[in-house]
Structure formats: structure tokens, C-alpha cells
Design a protein around this ligand. Structure first.
Ligand code: ATP
Length: 596
């Protein structure tokens, strides 16, 4: 999605973002900017020395002593400028830039862990990859050099005008009129090309996301024979990228030409006015010559203007993208009224709507699941079952009502404390490119190998793991997609068994597993759910029938809650679902009648 704000950021905003990005190094950045500013003042003064220097040289007779003095002052000011610039750049070369970059990566990483899952879901994988990868470098690397040049462009003309004021007020006035003319051109350039460049950055992000998705989904796309259709989308975003890039280049052209023109015009104005005043005898030749040298000197950086704004915009976009990630507040953790006493789960009048949606996905849902009981969630697709499990994981906070674990509002638990109580087994299992052993150990990082193997045995994966080329040491990446759905699922169950959390949230596999692998997965699940509080999105008849309690959802409402027998006797919604699906072997296999 698009995150860009479509106004030109002011220098002050960029300054604020730079300090934000610098984090704990912010004082070093401020110091660097101050040194550059002082350096720029020194440079302005050095330029200004041209006037007394030339006056001394052009005097009749030439005043060599004066000339030497002013030359000395000029050299001193130039040396001061060099030293201040060098000290300022010490920020970059002294390793602070590397520290800032490193620190930013860590801050962004931490932010990703703390960000509410709902907010995290807003970003596409490629976008986040771009922020954590490229954006940081784009934002931090040019910080020093860029601010050096920009501060010079701002400060030197001001100092020169101030000094000129002391020499010849008319000339100072002429300069003072020309300099502000650069401002609208600057703004024009930033607006025209900046906007386009933001579009380029966005198009880059989008293309990166599309590439990530395309390559990740390539196997699926190939089996579906859809590689062409998806590639079409990728090609479209590539074409879009090309188009905005071309537009960005064009957009920068006119303001750059105009700025170059303005510099020329400025020179001509000084030349024309100065020439006239000299012939009229109201301006000394020395002042005139000095003025020309000064104007020529400070117009030099303006020639770099176009290149400069390019880098500036890139930095600004990168800073903005990081700002957007860093600005998402974590879900607040309130002071605990009471610590969780047990592992029962209670929903109390919970209403929840997804971000940007008006219709709530859950409406006034209340239930209590005793510790160490098995609860099945059933209901038609989209009725809110997954949302219930998400709220227990604190994907986001409900709009109204409370979710409690062991009597404690989950908002009072730190995310670590909450995570420690939950094991979650999803249908699509993510395996990291690491060994099988480490993939299971992720459930409890401090577990020793024996505990990992024991969990694998309990989850019914030991045998198939031993048959892999390197057994537990086999890398997931090396065997690629050769693990079956059931095997992946069992690895994820082994993780959960190893984690040994008191609450288990389980989305039962709906994938058409063959009978044998279904049985193997079921055995693994049986091992996992023993003696735990279990909430299962049930797709199997046996789970539903055997559950202590069945919650029946329909359109975000909890419509029935009892065990299988009582629900059948009640003859309500559940009984209707049951009758409709009885003939099917699996709960999930039959289509849900529209009126249920
Ligand atoms: N991330 C999301 N953003 C916006 N709406 C969502 C999101 N996830 C789910 N919904 C909506 O919330 C409602 C409940 O969805 P939920 O996934 O909880 O249903 P479910 O019963 O688990 O369905 P299924 O059995 O198909 O998984 C649906 O209308 C769904 O479209």
C-alpha cells in the first residue's frame, strides 16, 4: 500500500526525521550540523575578504601591508572552514554513521517484533524488506555530505550579503533580491521531481514486493498454470516503474535549467549594475571586482543543485518510510490488576472490527473456557473463528469487551508473557532455512538436542526425519518442497510440544492429507493437546464430537455453545450444520448451505 505523504517536506521536517533516524546519536548529528554551519560562516567571511584585499591592491599606490593582512585573514578563515568541515565529517568517518545504521536496523527489528500484528499485516513483505535493507543506507549514508552542501548553500550567501551590506548597500540589495528568487525554483524542483521520485520509490517498493511474492509463489503458480497471469502483474509493475522513472527525469529538467539560468542572470545583473555604478563613479573598481568573484564563487554549489535535490529526495523518502514503521505504537500494556491465576480463557462482551472495516468481525461475544478443556470452534467460512484465535494472541485489541487468561486482562500481559502461554499451530507452516533440529528448537531455544528429539518423537516426526539425507541435520532449504504438508504440520506440532505452553490454539489441517498422514498428524495433535487448554478451529468430525465444548459462530456472533449431544438435541444452528454435513467424511468437505 502507499504510505507517502504528498507534500514537500520542509527542511525542518527533514531535520526532525534525521534526528529521529540518528536515535541516540542525535547529539552527534546536531554537533555535525553546527560545525558545518560554522564552517560555512568562515567560508562566507573568506569570500568577503576579497573586497578589502582587492581595494588594498588597487589603491594608488598599492597597500601591500594591508593586502597581506587581508590575505592572511582570508587564509585563516579558509583553514578554519576546512578544519570545521573535517571535524563535522568526523561524524561519518569516526564510525558514527556505521553506529547509526546498525542502531536503526536494531530499532526497526525491535519495532517489527513489538508492532501490533494488525499493523504489521498492512505492509507487504517486499516493502518491509526495502525499509530494513535499502532505506536505511539511503537515509543515513548521504546525511553528512548532503547536509554539508545544503548548509553551505544556505549560509554562505547570507554571510556574503551581510558583509556586502557593509561595503555597498545597493549591491547587497541587488543580491538579496536575486537570492530569494532561488527559493521558488527550489520549491518547484522539489515538488515536481520530489513527487515523481516518491512515486519511483513507491514503484520500487511495489516491484520488490511483487518479485518476492512471485518467486515465493512460483511453485504454486506453476502447478496452477498461472505463471503467465502473475507474471503479467509483475511486468505491469516493471513497466510502471520505467514510466515513473522517465517522468521523474523529465520533471527535474526544467527547474534545473531554470536554476542554472538564474545563476547566470544573477551574474549578469551584478555585472550590469556594477559596471554602471563604476562608470558613474559611485562604486569602486575594487568593490566591483570583489563582488564578481564572490558571486561567481557562491554560485558554484548552485550548479550542483539538481543532483543535490535528487539525493535529498531519496534520503527524504527513505527517512519517511522508516518514520512510518517506527511511528506505529505498540499495543499498550496496562498495569496488571492481577496476574493470571490459571489458564482458562474468557471473552467478555467482545466486539472487534478489523482496521478499515466498518462491519465488526465479532459482535458481543462472551464465553468461558475452563483450563485443560478442549473447545471446538465451528461455523461457516468468514463467521469469525480465526478472529477469535487472533484476539487471544492480541493481534489487535477489541473495540469493546475484554479477553482474559486466568482472570487477567491480556492487555496487562507483556507480549513475551502472553506469547509464553500460547502455542499456535497454523495450517500453513513456515519452516526457516535452517536444519530440522533448529526448526523444532525454535519452540524453546534453550532446549537441548535430546529434548528436541523427544518432542519430535511425541509429534510423530522422528521416523520421517531419520529417513532424511542428514537426519535432524538436514537443512530445510536443501530438501525444498519435498516435505509433505502432513510432515510440515508435524514439525510445527513438535515445536509446540517442545514449547510446552499451557494454552494451545490449533487450526486443524483442512488440506487433503491422505489417510495415513492424517492419522499421523492426529496422533501428533493428541500428544500436543493433552492436559492443556485447547481451542481448535475444527474441521474434523471426531474433534467436534469429542470436544468438551463447541462454540458455533455465525456472522461474527456466538450463536450456540454446548457439547455435541446437547447441541444436537437443541435442534438449532449446529444441528442444521451437522445434518448438512453428516454424509461427508470430513466436517470441512461439504459446502456450507447458504442459509446456515
Ligand atoms: N485481516 C483482515 N482484514 C479485514 N477483514 C478481515 C481480516 N481477516 C478476516 N476478516 C474478515 O472478518 C470476518 C471473520 O473472518 P475469520 O477469518 O475470523 O472467519 P473464519 O470463520 O475463521 O473463516 P474461515 O473458516 O474461512 O477461516 C470475515 O468477514 C473476514 O472477511
Amino acid at each position: 500500500m502507499s504510505h507517502a505523504t504528498h507534500t514537500i517536506p520542509t527542511l525542518r521536517e527533514t531535520y526532525r526525521r534525521m534526528l529521529m533516524a540518528a536515535g541516540s546519536e542525535a547529539p552527534a548529528v546536531r554537533r555535525m550540523l553546527a560545525l558545518f554551519a560554522l564552517g560555512a560562516v568562515a567560508q562566507g567571511l573568506a569570500f568577503a575578504c576579497f573586497f578589502p584585499l582587492l581595494r588594498a591592491l588597487l589603491a594608488e599606490p598599492a597597500d601591500l601591508t594591508q593586502a597581506w593582512i587581508w590575505l592572511g585573514v582570508m587564509v585563516a578563515a579558509t583553514v578554519a572552514d576546512l578544519i570545521l568541515g573535517w571535524l563535522g565529517h568526523g561524524f561519518e568517518y569516526g564510525g558514527a554513521i556505521a553506529d547509526v545504521t546498525h542502531d536503526l536496523r536494531r530499532r526497526l527489528g525491535r519495532q517489527l517484533r513489538q508492532m501490533p500484528m494488525q499493523a504489521l499485516a498492512r505492509w507487504r513483505t517486499g516493502d518491509l524488506g526495502a525499509v530494513l535493507g535499502g532505506s536505511i543506507d539511503e537515509a543515513v549514508a548521504p546525511m553528512g555530505t548532503l547536509s554539508h552542501v545544503i548548509i553551505r548553500m544556505l549560509v554562505v550567501p547570507l554571510v556574503v550579503i551581510a558583509v556586502t551590506l557593509a561595503i555597498d548597500a545597493r549591491m547587497a540589495l541587488a543580491m538579496a533580491v536575486i537570492v530569494p528568487m532561488a527559493v521558488p525554483i527550489y520549491r518547484w524542483q522539489r515538488r515536481a521531481s520530489g513527487q515523481e521520485r516518491r512515486d519511483v520509490a513507491e514503484a520500487h517498493g511495489r516491484t520488490e514486493s511483487d518479485i518476492v511474492e512471485y518467486t515465493q509463489g512460483l511453485a504454486v503458480l506453476r502447478t496452477l498454470g498461472q505463471t503467465g497471469a502473475k507474471a503479467q502483474r509483475l511486468q505491469e509493475s516493471l513497466a510502471h516503474l520505467r514510466e515513473v522513472q522517465a517522468k521523474a527525469l523529465m520533471a527535474g529538467l526544467w527547474p534545473a535549467l531554470l536554476m542554472a539560468g538564474l545563476v547566470e542572470i544573477g551574474l549578469l545583473v551584478v555585472l550590469a549594475l556594477g559596471g554602471t555604478w563604476v562608470t558613474q563613479g559611485t562604486l569602486s573598481l575594487a568593490a566591483f571586482a570583489a563582488m564578481l568573484v564572490i558571486v561567481m564563487r557562491f554560485s558554484e554549489p548552485l550548479a550542483l543543485f539538481s543532483e543535490l535535490t535528487k539525493v535529498f529526495d531519496l534520503m527524504e523518502v527513505a527517512l519517511q518510510r522508516m518514520d512510518q514503521v517506527l511511528a506505529v505504537a505498540p499495543l499498550p500494556v496496562t498495569a496488571p490488576a492481577q496476574p493470571p491465576s490459571d489458564h482458562d480463557i474468557a471473552f467478555d462482551g467482545v466486539t472487534f472490527a478489523y482496521e478499515g472495516e466498518n462491519a465488526p468481525a465479532l459482535k458481543d461475544v462472551s464465553f468461558h473456557l475452563p483450563a485443560r478443556s478442549l473447545t471446538a470452534l465451528v461455523g461457516p467460512s468468514g463467521s469469525g473463528k480465526t478472529t477469535v484465535t487472533r484476539l487471544i494472541m492480541r493481534f489487535a485489541d477489541p473495540r469493546a469487551g475484554t479477553v482474559r487468561i486466568g482472570g487477567a486482562d491480556i492487555r496487562s500481559l507483556s507480549s513475551d508473557a502472553l506469547a509464553a502461554r500460547l502455542s499456535v499451530v497454523f495450517q500453513d507452516v513456515y519452516l526457516f532455512d535452517d536444519t530440522i533440529l533448529e526448526n523444532i528448537r525454535m519452540g524453546r531455544p534453550d532446549a537441548d538436542d535430546a529434548a528436541v528429539v523427544a518432542a519430535a518423537q511425541a509429534a510423530n516426526c522422528h521416523d520421517f526425519i531419520r529417513r532424511l539425507p542428514d537426519g535432524y541435520a538436514t537443512r530445510v532449504g536443501d530438501i525444498g518442497g519435498s516435505l509433505s504438508g502432513g510432515e510440515r504440520q508435524r514439525i510445527s506440532i513438535a515445536r509446540a510440544i517442545l514449547k510446552d505452553a499451557p494454552i494451545v490454539i490449533l487450526d486443524e489441517p483442512t488440506a487433503a492429507l491422505d489417510t495415513e498422514s492424517e492419522r499421523a498428524v492426529q496422533k501428533a495433535i493428541d500428544a500436543l493437546v493433552r492436559e492443556r487448554t485447547v481451542l481448535v478451529i475444527a474441521h474434523r468430525l471426531s474433534t467436534v464430537v469429542g470436544a468438551d465444548r463447541i462454540l458455533v459462530f455465525d456472522d461474527g456472533r456466538l450463536v450456540e455453545m454446548a457439547d455435541h449431544r446437547s447441541l444436537l438435541e437443541a435442534g438449532g444452528r449446529y444441528a442444521a450444520l451437522w445434518t448438512a454435513q453428516l454424509r461427508s467424511k470430513a466436517w470441512h468437505a461439504a459446502p456450507v448451505p447458504a442459509d446456515v
